[in-house]
Design a protein around this ligand. Structure first.
Ligand SMILES: [Cu+2]
Length: 639
């Protein structure tokens, strides 16, 4: 049982709201079919995951992408190919789940034309009571997550465009490329950022969680000369494997949204989760979080990677809607099925050395040795750039990439991981098969073929740009303006759980929470430095994502229960949270202080203000997509 949520609800009960939360109900109401683990190869960049192609145009790399519906068999034992929405290179029209990846160079802008071919019926249940969700469901807004992007190309929720030629109130296409044809939109990305892996995904108002889950997401890799020099010297391995992690549920039986093999997504809110004061509840209804039961890496269900006895660079992205992941390698229990698919938790595999996060290279590499304190934790949208050395792993060894993060985080119940070793699940999950959210990837180690790679001492370039607060310091520089903000959990008009951002001034009775569409309150000046102290008054850890800016975590500090008062010492960020980030875990009962500078990107055209809000319209929000959409997002308007 989720003890913090239970605690929260006990608090709610003490204040007059009676509620009970059976943990099972937080989770899936349907279950994926049994699928054999690790019988498909891991798609690699360029050979399984397509890379988008570009042509030179107007001083930029020019991409033409389309968004459309297609089907793909994601596991040979699924009874049918899965109906997906996704991006495709318009020059090939080839759709593949999680493609195409954009590879950009620092200093070379990208121009992108996206054409919307999506059909008017969404493949997933749409709750039309969410703000904006009563509009046609085939609306899209392409957001480069982690990009330093002019607001009009940021793909914010109100910058959507429909397949029917309609546009959202903040949709402003790039001004120097002419008026785009209907159902088409032009974007401009300066790429004036150091090397890093960002990603792009849909962000349209009211349907972001569904569009991203249906497949509108891919990676966007920015390279630069400093990184190239480190690779050439052998300080960073040249063999690079992206690992994009997602959790899904596949239908076993047909329903009104699709047939067996299609993606399942909840359509009913469980009244036991909250007081549910209004009945009937909306149907379809949003849910507090979506947790899948079947894990995909690079778009493939339970894949296998074959590596040589060498060093590799793994570029990990948690692209789940709500699931956190803890990641480490264990040796498999044995070499024959099903032991080859399950970890031996007493035998740790090679360590990770983390060299970069969302905002580029860390100030120093961080060893993650797979012990309890040396486990990589990634919330939705967080990234980790890892070096793993398989040189001394015996040929023929089988390793399992293992995750045991509770869902919801941090206090979910491990019994719902479909762990075959759990005594709490009946019937017991079977070793060797999904559903199972603990085993993500099998790695088979083979002999090195060809020459060894160049080796150089592992080092990383200086953090770019220089940090605003020196490392090891948990106090703010004098004179920096501080905003106090809040993360809140209560109930919406139907009595459903709702998560919202807020200030410390109540706009509504009994809560600091504000709706996304309430007037903007975070309106920094362009070029200003600000510190935000964000008090988490809810029961969950929220990965808070900032558009436009990278932030530096200054400290985390305990807070007095449900009060805006800090207690005890300020703790520095974890070693692998130093440097720049744009998605920051904010834990329950803590105040997280971040500092950032609101620089706007340079563009070859004049950037008009947002017609809807004025200024440069961005957002900040929780990246648990079900939270973001209901309604944990606020405008960020740079003036
Ligand atoms: Cu959240």
């Amino acid at each position: 049982m989720n003890s913090t949520r239970r605690e929260f609800l006990r608090y709610a009960a003490a204040t007059g709201i009676a509620a009970m939360v059976p943990w099972q109900r937080v989770f899936a109401q349907a279950q994926s079919p049994r699928l054999t683990k690790f019988i498909q190869p891991l798609p690699a960049l360029g050979t399984g995951i397509p890379v988008a192609t570009s042509v030179p145009f107007m001083g930029a790399d020019y991409y033409q992408l389309s968004a459309g519906q297609y089907t793909q068999l994601l596991h040979p034992e699924l009874s049918n190919p899965t109906k997906l929405w996704g991006y495709a290179d318009a020059t090939t029209g080839l759709h593949r789940h999680l493609g195409p990846v954009i590879v950009a160079q620092r200093g070379t802008p990208v121009r992108l034309t996206l054409t919307n071919y999506l059909p008017p019926i969404h493949p997933l249940p749409v709750d039309t009571t969410l703000p904006g969700a009563d509009l046609p469901p085939n609306r899209i807004a392409l957001h480069v997550h982690g990009g330093l992007t002019p607001w009009l190309s940021d793909g914010g929720p109100f910058s959507w465009f429909g397949a029917d030629g309609t546009y959202g109130p903040s949709a402003v296409s790039v001004p120097d490329m002419g008026v785009p044809p209907p159902a088409t939109f032009n974007y401009y990305y300066p790429n004036d950022q150091s090397a890093r892996m960002v990603w792009y995904h849909d962000h349209a108002l009211g349907i972001t969680r569904l569009n991203a889950y249906a497949g509108l997401a891919s990676a966007y890799i920015i390279r630069d000369l400093a990184e190239a020099a480190l690779i050439a010297s052998g300080a960073i391995p040249s063999r690079e494997i992206p690992l994009i992690i997602q959790d899904k549920i596949f239908k076993s039986v047909a329903d009104q949204w699709g047939g067996p093999g299609d993606l399942w997504y909840p359509s009913e809110y469980d009244a036991d989760l909250g007081p549910a004061t209004l009945t009937p509840l909306p149907s379809p209804s949003c849910v507090p979080e979506f947790f899948g039961d079947t894990m995909l890496v690079n778009g493939v269900v339970y894949p296998t990677a074959h590596v040589e006895q060498r060093r590799y660079r793994l570029r990990v992205l948690n692209a789940c809607n709500a699931r956190f992941c803890t990641l480490r390698l264990f040796y498999a229990r044995g070499s024959t099925f099903p032991d080859s698919t399950e970890p031996n938790l007493r035998r740790r595999g090679p360590s990770f050395v983390q060299i970069a996060s969302e905002g580029g290279f860390l100030p120093a590499p961080v060893l993650l040795d797979g012990t309890r304190d040396g486990t990589l934790l990634l919330a939705p949208a967080e990234r980790a750039d890892l070096i793993v050395d398989f040189t001394d792993v015996p040929v023929g060894s089988i390793l399992i990439l293992y995750n045991d993060a509770p869902a919801p985080f941090p206090s979910g119940d491990p019994a719902v991981d479909f762990d075959p070793d759990s005594r709490e699940i009946s019937p017991r999950p079977q070793p060797g098969f999904g559903p199972n959210t603990r085993t993500l990837l099998q790695v088979v180690v083979g002999p090195r073929r060809g020459a060894d790679d160049p080796h150089a001492p592992l080092k990383v370039p200086p953090v770019d740009p220089t940090l605003l607060v020196p490392e090891g310091v948990t106090t703010l520089p004098p004179g920096v303006p501080v905003r106090d903000l809040t993360l809140n959990e209560d109930f919406d008009d139907f009595g459903r759980l709702i998560q919202r951002l807020g200030t410390t001034e109540p706009l509504y009775e009994g809560t600091f929470a504000r709706n996304y569409e309430d007037p903007p309150t975070e309106t920094p000046q362009a070029g200003a430095i600000e510190a935000w102290r964000i008090f988490n008054l809810s029961g969950d850890t929220h990965p808070i994502h900032f558009h436009l800016v990278n932030v530096q975590i200054v400290s985390r500090q305990s807070i007095q229960r449900n009060r805006l008062r800090t207690l005890g010492p300020a703790r520095p960020p974890d070693p692998n949270e130093r440097g720049w980030k744009e998605t920051v875990r904010m834990n329950p009962g803590e105040c997280t202080t971040v500092i950032m500078k609101f620089n706007l990107p340079a563009t070859p055209f004049a950037v008009p203000p947002s017609p809807r809000t004025g200024g440069h319209e961005y957002v900040w929000h929780c990246h648990i997509l079900e939270h973001e959409e209901h309604d944990m997002m606020r405008p960020l308007i740079v003036v």
